[in-house]
Design a binder for this molecule. Structure first.
Ligand SMILES: [Zn+2]
Ligand SMILES: [Zn+2]
Length: 141
């Protein structure tokens, strides 16, 4: 009983609003895919809008397989690139939320392993406010 009273009077409220404030930047209010424009548009809870090209999203797929492929391509240069198969699809089949922290992209070639954390996407926002020096080439973690 005493425990309950103590909890009611603890300064939980301040902690909560601080967390809530920080979440606004990495919490999507709306996620829209424009297939004809080839864009993924995320409107964040703080009303900031990030527009990513699907080509960029796919090129930066954070799954282990794609990361390994990119690493190998960097090390082995052109010969490997020439001999590798068709380019991965940049046509999106769907996107689904993973918990409340990430979005999983499904591409039309069946690749579904890429899980993009909202913190990464927000950090990589290509707009000129977030990155005056130009959009990041890679997904920032
Ligand atoms: Zn991947
Ligand atoms: Zn931005």
């Amino acid at each position: 009983m005493q425990y309950d009273v103590a909890r009611k009077h603890s300064p939980k409220k301040n902690q909560w609003s601080m967390t809530e404030f920080m979440n606004l930047q990495t919490k999507p209010k709306d996620i829209a895919i424009d297939r004809s424009a080839g864009n993924l548009k995320i409107t964040w809870a703080d009303s900031h809008v990030s527009e990513f090209s699907l080509r960029w999203i796919r090129a930066n797929c954070p799954c282990a397989t794609c990361r390994e492929e990119r690493r190998a391509a960097e090390l082995n240069t052109d010969i490997l690139k020439l001999s590798s198969g068709p380019l991965p699809s940049t046509q999106i089949a769907g996107a689904e939320l993973v918990g409340n922290y990430a979005v999983r992209m499904t591409w039309t070639d069946g690749h579904t392993a890429g899980i993009y954390a909202f913190t990464s996407l927000r950090a990589s926002c290509p707009c000129s406010n977030c990155h005056p020096e130009g959009p990041p080439a890679f997904l920032l973690l």
